[in-house]
Design a protein around this ligand. Structure first.
Ligand SMILES: [Zn+2]
Length: 243
Protein backbone atom coordinates (compact mmCIF):
# COMPACT_ATOMS: atom_id res chain seq x y z
CA UNK A 1 0.00 0.00 0.00
CA UNK A 2 1.35 3.45 -0.83
CA UNK A 3 1.95 5.85 2.01
CA UNK A 4 0.30 9.22 1.15
CA UNK A 5 3.00 11.14 3.03
CA UNK A 6 5.80 9.47 1.08
CA UNK A 7 3.84 9.98 -2.12
CA UNK A 8 3.63 13.71 -1.39
CA UNK A 9 7.36 13.81 -0.68
CA UNK A 10 8.03 12.03 -3.98
CA UNK A 11 5.83 14.52 -5.86
CA UNK A 12 8.08 17.36 -4.71
CA UNK A 13 11.06 15.49 -6.13
CA UNK A 14 9.23 15.21 -9.44
CA UNK A 15 8.15 18.87 -9.39
CA UNK A 16 11.76 20.04 -8.79
CA UNK A 17 13.07 17.86 -11.58
CA UNK A 18 10.29 18.87 -14.01
CA UNK A 19 10.80 22.60 -13.34
CA UNK A 20 14.53 22.14 -13.97
CA UNK A 21 13.96 20.04 -17.09
CA UNK A 22 11.71 22.77 -18.49
CA UNK A 23 14.19 25.53 -17.67
CA UNK A 24 12.23 27.37 -14.97
CA UNK A 25 14.98 26.71 -12.47
CA UNK A 26 18.66 26.51 -13.17
CA UNK A 27 21.40 24.87 -11.18
CA UNK A 28 20.78 25.15 -7.42
CA UNK A 29 18.27 28.03 -7.18
CA UNK A 30 14.57 27.51 -6.53
CA UNK A 31 12.49 25.39 -4.16
CA UNK A 32 9.19 23.56 -3.86
CA UNK A 33 7.19 22.62 -0.78
CA UNK A 34 3.89 20.91 0.05
CA UNK A 35 1.71 21.27 3.10
CA UNK A 36 1.35 18.06 5.11
CA UNK A 37 -2.43 17.75 5.51
CA UNK A 38 -3.97 18.57 8.89
CA UNK A 39 -0.73 19.79 10.43
CA UNK A 40 1.45 22.85 10.72
CA UNK A 41 4.21 21.10 8.81
CA UNK A 42 5.42 20.84 5.24
CA UNK A 43 7.76 18.85 3.05
CA UNK A 44 10.31 21.19 1.56
CA UNK A 45 13.25 20.85 -0.79
CA UNK A 46 16.40 21.50 1.26
CA UNK A 47 20.08 21.19 0.44
CA UNK A 48 22.56 18.60 1.62
CA UNK A 49 26.38 18.72 1.40
CA UNK A 50 25.99 16.60 -1.77
CA UNK A 51 23.87 19.28 -3.50
CA UNK A 52 23.83 18.91 -7.30
CA UNK A 53 20.96 21.17 -8.29
CA UNK A 54 17.21 20.91 -8.74
CA UNK A 55 17.41 18.69 -11.81
CA UNK A 56 18.98 15.94 -9.70
CA UNK A 57 16.79 16.27 -6.61
CA UNK A 58 16.42 13.10 -4.56
CA UNK A 59 13.95 12.18 -1.83
CA UNK A 60 16.43 12.58 1.03
CA UNK A 61 16.60 16.37 0.62
CA UNK A 62 12.81 16.75 0.89
CA UNK A 63 12.58 17.38 4.63
CA UNK A 64 9.68 17.60 7.03
CA UNK A 65 9.66 20.91 8.93
CA UNK A 66 7.14 23.11 10.68
CA UNK A 67 6.05 26.52 9.37
CA UNK A 68 8.83 28.21 11.37
CA UNK A 69 11.47 25.98 9.79
CA UNK A 70 12.09 23.59 12.66
CA UNK A 71 12.60 19.91 11.97
CA UNK A 72 14.90 16.94 12.48
CA UNK A 73 18.43 16.81 11.01
CA UNK A 74 18.43 20.44 9.91
CA UNK A 75 21.66 22.34 10.29
CA UNK A 76 24.52 19.95 9.80
CA UNK A 77 22.85 17.46 7.46
CA UNK A 78 20.29 19.58 5.64
CA UNK A 79 19.98 23.29 5.00
CA UNK A 80 16.65 25.02 4.56
CA UNK A 81 16.36 27.34 1.54
CA UNK A 82 17.49 30.88 2.38
CA UNK A 83 14.01 32.01 1.36
CA UNK A 84 12.21 29.46 3.51
CA UNK A 85 10.00 32.24 4.88
CA UNK A 86 8.14 32.42 1.55
CA UNK A 87 6.81 28.93 2.22
CA UNK A 88 6.19 29.18 5.94
CA UNK A 89 4.41 32.52 5.78
CA UNK A 90 2.17 31.54 2.86
CA UNK A 91 1.04 28.33 4.59
CA UNK A 92 0.33 30.26 7.78
CA UNK A 93 -1.78 32.87 6.05
CA UNK A 94 -3.54 30.87 3.32
CA UNK A 95 -5.20 27.66 4.40
CA UNK A 96 -6.23 26.81 0.82
CA UNK A 97 -2.60 26.48 -0.29
CA UNK A 98 -1.15 22.98 -0.50
CA UNK A 99 1.97 23.72 -2.54
CA UNK A 100 4.38 26.65 -2.91
CA UNK A 101 6.92 27.02 -5.71
CA UNK A 102 9.59 29.68 -5.81
CA UNK A 103 11.75 29.95 -8.94
CA UNK A 104 13.79 32.40 -11.00
CA UNK A 105 12.68 31.81 -14.62
CA UNK A 106 14.34 34.17 -17.08
CA UNK A 107 11.41 35.18 -19.31
CA UNK A 108 9.31 36.30 -16.33
CA UNK A 109 12.33 38.10 -14.93
CA UNK A 110 12.84 40.08 -18.16
CA UNK A 111 9.10 40.86 -18.43
CA UNK A 112 9.31 42.31 -14.93
CA UNK A 113 12.46 44.31 -15.60
CA UNK A 114 11.01 45.68 -18.86
CA UNK A 115 7.62 46.38 -17.25
CA UNK A 116 5.81 44.35 -19.92
CA UNK A 117 2.14 43.96 -19.30
CA UNK A 118 0.63 40.47 -19.17
CA UNK A 119 -2.45 40.38 -21.34
CA UNK A 120 -4.62 37.56 -22.70
CA UNK A 121 -2.76 37.70 -26.03
CA UNK A 122 -3.80 34.16 -27.01
CA UNK A 123 -6.86 32.01 -26.48
CA UNK A 124 -7.25 28.33 -27.34
CA UNK A 125 -3.45 28.03 -27.65
CA UNK A 126 -3.34 27.55 -23.87
CA UNK A 127 -6.52 28.49 -21.99
CA UNK A 128 -5.19 28.25 -18.39
CA UNK A 129 -2.20 30.44 -19.31
CA UNK A 130 -4.56 32.95 -20.93
CA UNK A 131 -6.69 33.00 -17.77
CA UNK A 132 -3.65 33.84 -15.65
CA UNK A 133 -3.19 36.98 -17.73
CA UNK A 134 -6.90 37.72 -17.64
CA UNK A 135 -6.97 37.51 -13.84
CA UNK A 136 -3.92 39.78 -13.66
CA UNK A 137 -0.43 39.04 -12.40
CA UNK A 138 0.46 40.87 -9.19
CA UNK A 139 3.93 42.38 -9.19
CA UNK A 140 5.99 42.60 -6.04
CA UNK A 141 8.41 45.42 -6.72
CA UNK A 142 11.21 44.58 -4.26
CA UNK A 143 14.18 42.51 -5.42
CA UNK A 144 15.73 41.39 -2.14
CA UNK A 145 16.35 37.86 -0.93
CA UNK A 146 13.38 37.00 1.26
CA UNK A 147 15.24 35.81 4.32
CA UNK A 148 12.85 37.02 7.02
CA UNK A 149 9.11 36.47 7.58
CA UNK A 150 8.35 40.21 7.68
CA UNK A 151 9.75 40.55 4.15
CA UNK A 152 7.16 38.09 2.83
CA UNK A 153 4.08 39.73 4.34
CA UNK A 154 3.90 42.58 1.76
CA UNK A 155 4.14 40.07 -1.09
CA UNK A 156 1.32 37.98 0.38
CA UNK A 157 -0.70 41.18 0.67
CA UNK A 158 -0.06 42.08 -2.97
CA UNK A 159 -0.97 38.56 -4.12
CA UNK A 160 -4.39 38.72 -2.46
CA UNK A 161 -6.38 35.80 -3.85
CA UNK A 162 -4.11 35.37 -6.88
CA UNK A 163 -1.94 32.32 -7.31
CA UNK A 164 1.04 33.73 -9.17
CA UNK A 165 3.27 36.61 -8.16
CA UNK A 166 5.99 38.17 -10.25
CA UNK A 167 8.80 39.40 -8.03
CA UNK A 168 10.54 42.13 -10.00
CA UNK A 169 14.26 41.63 -10.42
CA UNK A 170 14.01 38.33 -8.59
CA UNK A 171 11.63 35.58 -9.73
CA UNK A 172 8.18 34.14 -9.23
CA UNK A 173 6.12 32.56 -6.48
CA UNK A 174 3.35 30.22 -7.56
CA UNK A 175 0.86 28.48 -5.29
CA UNK A 176 -1.73 25.77 -5.75
CA UNK A 177 -3.93 23.35 -3.88
CA UNK A 178 -1.78 20.44 -5.04
CA UNK A 179 1.77 19.93 -6.25
CA UNK A 180 0.45 18.98 -9.68
CA UNK A 181 -1.67 22.13 -9.97
CA UNK A 182 1.07 24.50 -8.79
CA UNK A 183 3.68 22.92 -11.06
CA UNK A 184 1.52 23.12 -14.16
CA UNK A 185 0.55 26.69 -13.22
CA UNK A 186 4.23 27.64 -13.01
CA UNK A 187 4.80 26.09 -16.44
CA UNK A 188 1.80 27.98 -17.83
CA UNK A 189 3.00 31.26 -16.41
CA UNK A 190 6.41 30.65 -17.91
CA UNK A 191 4.75 30.08 -21.30
CA UNK A 192 2.77 33.31 -20.94
CA UNK A 193 5.94 35.19 -20.02
CA UNK A 194 7.90 33.73 -22.94
CA UNK A 195 5.12 34.62 -25.40
CA UNK A 196 4.77 38.13 -23.96
CA UNK A 197 8.50 38.65 -24.22
CA UNK A 198 8.73 37.28 -27.75
CA UNK A 199 5.91 39.50 -28.99
CA UNK A 200 7.61 42.52 -27.41
CA UNK A 201 10.85 41.55 -29.16
CA UNK A 202 9.11 41.77 -32.55
CA UNK A 203 8.64 45.47 -31.84
CA UNK A 204 4.87 45.13 -32.22
CA UNK A 205 2.48 45.84 -29.41
CA UNK A 206 0.64 42.82 -28.02
CA UNK A 207 -3.11 43.15 -28.19
CA UNK A 208 -5.59 41.26 -26.03
CA UNK A 209 -7.90 38.84 -27.85
CA UNK A 210 -11.56 39.77 -28.19
CA UNK A 211 -13.77 39.59 -25.14
CA UNK A 212 -16.26 37.59 -27.19
CA UNK A 213 -13.63 34.93 -27.88
CA UNK A 214 -12.62 34.82 -24.23
CA UNK A 215 -16.21 34.10 -23.28
CA UNK A 216 -16.33 31.20 -25.75
CA UNK A 217 -13.33 29.48 -24.16
CA UNK A 218 -14.42 26.62 -21.91
CA UNK A 219 -12.96 25.51 -18.61
CA UNK A 220 -11.74 22.04 -19.51
CA UNK A 221 -11.41 20.99 -15.87
CA UNK A 222 -8.52 20.10 -13.62
CA UNK A 223 -8.06 16.56 -14.97
CA UNK A 224 -7.42 17.99 -18.42
CA UNK A 225 -5.62 21.13 -17.31
CA UNK A 226 -3.47 19.77 -14.51
CA UNK A 227 -3.42 16.01 -14.04
CA UNK A 228 -2.88 14.92 -17.62
CA UNK A 229 -0.30 17.66 -18.22
CA UNK A 230 1.51 16.67 -15.00
CA UNK A 231 1.56 13.02 -16.11
CA UNK A 232 3.02 14.04 -19.47
CA UNK A 233 5.90 15.82 -17.75
CA UNK A 234 6.48 12.93 -15.34
CA UNK A 235 6.70 10.59 -18.32
CA UNK A 236 8.98 12.98 -20.21
CA UNK A 237 11.22 13.16 -17.17
CA UNK A 238 11.43 9.37 -16.96
CA UNK A 239 12.29 9.21 -20.66
CA UNK A 240 15.02 11.82 -20.28
CA UNK A 241 16.45 10.08 -17.23
CA UNK A 242 16.61 6.75 -19.10
CA UNK A 243 18.70 8.15 -21.95
ZN1 LIG B 1 14.48 33.72 -4.89
Amino acid sequence: MTDPLRELQEKIVLACRILAMEGLVKDILGHVSARIPDSNEMWIRCRSPEEEGLRYTNTDVIRRVDFDGKGPLLGENYQLPNEFAIHGEIYKSRLDVGCVIHAHPEAALICGIADLEFQPIFGAFNIPAMRLALQGIPVFARSFLMTRPEMVAPMIHIMGEKRVCLMRGHGITVIGETVEEATVRALNFDLLARMTLQVAQTGRKARAIDQEDIQELPDLGSTFNDLWVWRYYVKKLQDEDCR
